[in-house]
Design a protein around this ligand. Structure first.
Ligand SMILES: *Cc1c(COP(=O)(O)O)cnc(C)c1O
Length: 406
């Protein structure tokens, strides 16, 4: 990143998320270019980092948005994503969310069950429109990633089997209020192997061909997200190889390729900065206690995820330490057995690869205000989310009538 970390911390304090917007541009361009002249839309997975400035930046580059709640759809619209580039996915949508998405005339609603299709049909009928839908199929492919972030196996709750998908397409085709124009799958996150992607594409492309044979014309082939990133020393998938693997499976199909990258776009575009409070030793175990915690960055506690952690401008002999936050949970850690020199009060630690599923998974647990967020663009830093105050946190409680308790 092209700005001095010390300066950022002096100006914005910690805990702090910092995103490199030039890196986001590079990631977007690389993926978009990988699809070459083929019709494609990169629909950014808003859940990975839903800051309005991040979405706006991607919208300016031409990206669409993959949303999993009406709140995310609203964010995308607010940030300037074109409505015809917005996809609404997710395993459970409320009627009110479906209605609003239809009224906003977004590109596609991704259906994840037959029951959901019936709800969408009913609401579209009330609105007297034809809902553009896509069906999420579960190709039953093992993505070879962490079980918590694997989604494309029958044992996962996502999508429908190939057989039910076909039945649903036939039903939708006959319906006056459904327009089945897309097909969707998303087999998991942090994918580092191409074979499962190629396999899933092949299976789904075959379904598209068999639908074509019965007069159902699929226009959008949505390969989901999931491209893995480097947290430690993973060997990841190059965008060019990713695109080539997809294209090799859809030969002859006249479709627009949709992709829904989240982590790929954001993980290594962001860092999390935290200050050391103090060190302590229990028995022979060394702890560095910092002002950032699991409520700020949950991934280590939730998935035992690894984030590289480094001290800023600190010399000295290194030994292993657990980096822990102030939250009252044994599971509150940012890193384990991290090699660090002796740390002093107010020294800064950089937690790398924190741009995706960092801030968006943060909470107010222990009545800790959420961190501030800063964008760095062309060498300049800009605040894109203020640090949450105590008043922000209690606002919805303080506004309630308390006279019944007096
Ligand atoms: C979470 C999710 C994504 C984004 O996944 P990444 O691994 O961050 O790329 C894309 N599509 C759907 C449907 C998702 O649920």
């Amino acid at each position: 990143m092209s700005v001095d970390i010390q300066t950022l911390v002096e100006k914005y304090n910690t805990p702090l998320y910092v995103y490199d917007f030039n890196n986001i541009t590079n990631r977007y361009d690389e993926l978009k270019d990988a699809f070459g002249g083929k019709k494609s839309l990169v629909a950014y997975a808003v859940k990975s980092n839903s800051n309005l400035a991040v979405i706006r930046h991607l919208a300016n580059l031409g990206a669409g948005a993959d949303c999993v709640s009406i709140g995310e759809v609203r964010r995308a619209l607010q940030a300037g994503v074109k409505k015809y580039k917005i996809i609404f996915s997710g395993v459970g949508k409320k009627d009110s969310e479906i209605r609003e998405a239809l009224e906003e005339e977004i590109l596609l609603i991704n259906l994840e069950s037959e029951a959901e299709m019936k709800r969408v049909e009913m609401i579209a009928k009330e609105l007297n429109i034809e809902a553009r839908i896509s069906i999420r199929v579960n190709p039953n492919v093992d993505p070879k990633t962490h079980p918590y972030i694997s989604t494309g196996l029958h044992e996962n709750k996502f999508g429908v089997s190939l057989d039910s998908a076909k039945r649903m397409y036939i039903y939708a085709k006959k319906s006056d209020n459904l327009s089945p124009v897309g097909i969707h799958f998303h087999i998991g996150s942090q994918l580092t192997e191409l074979a499962p992607i190629r396999e899933a594409c092949g299976i789904v492309a075959d379904l598209v061909r068999s639908l074509d044979a019965i007069g159902i014309d699929i226009k959008f082939f949505d390969v989901g997200g999931g491209i893995g990133v480097v947290y430690d020393n993973e060997v990841t998938i190059a965008p060019a190889d990713y695109a080539a693997a997809i294209l090799s499976q859809i030969k002859g199909l006249d479709v627009t390729i949709l992709s829904e990258p989240g982590r790929y776009m954001m993980a290594n575009s962001g860092i999390f900065l935290t200050k050391v409070l103090y060190e302590k030793v229990n028995g022979d175990k060394r702890f560095v206690i910092v002002d950032g915690a699991m409520n700020d960055l949950l991934r280590p506690s939730l998935y035992n995820a690894y984030h590289k952690i480094e001290a800023v401008q600190k010399e000295g002999e290194k030994s292993k330490a657990d980096i822990v936050g102030p939250v009252c949970e044994s599971g509150d850690f940012l890193g384990k057995d991290v090699l660090l020199p002796l740390m002093e009060h107010n020294d800064i630690l950089v937690v790398h690869s924190a741009g995706a599923y960092g801030f968006t998974m943060s909470s107010n647990y222990n009545t800790r205000g959420r961190a501030a967020e800063v964008a760095v663009f062309d060498g300049e830093a800009h605040l894109i989310r203020e640090r949450e105050t105590f008043e922000d946190q209690i606002r919805l409680e303080a506004s309630c009538d308390t006279s019944w308790q007096n």
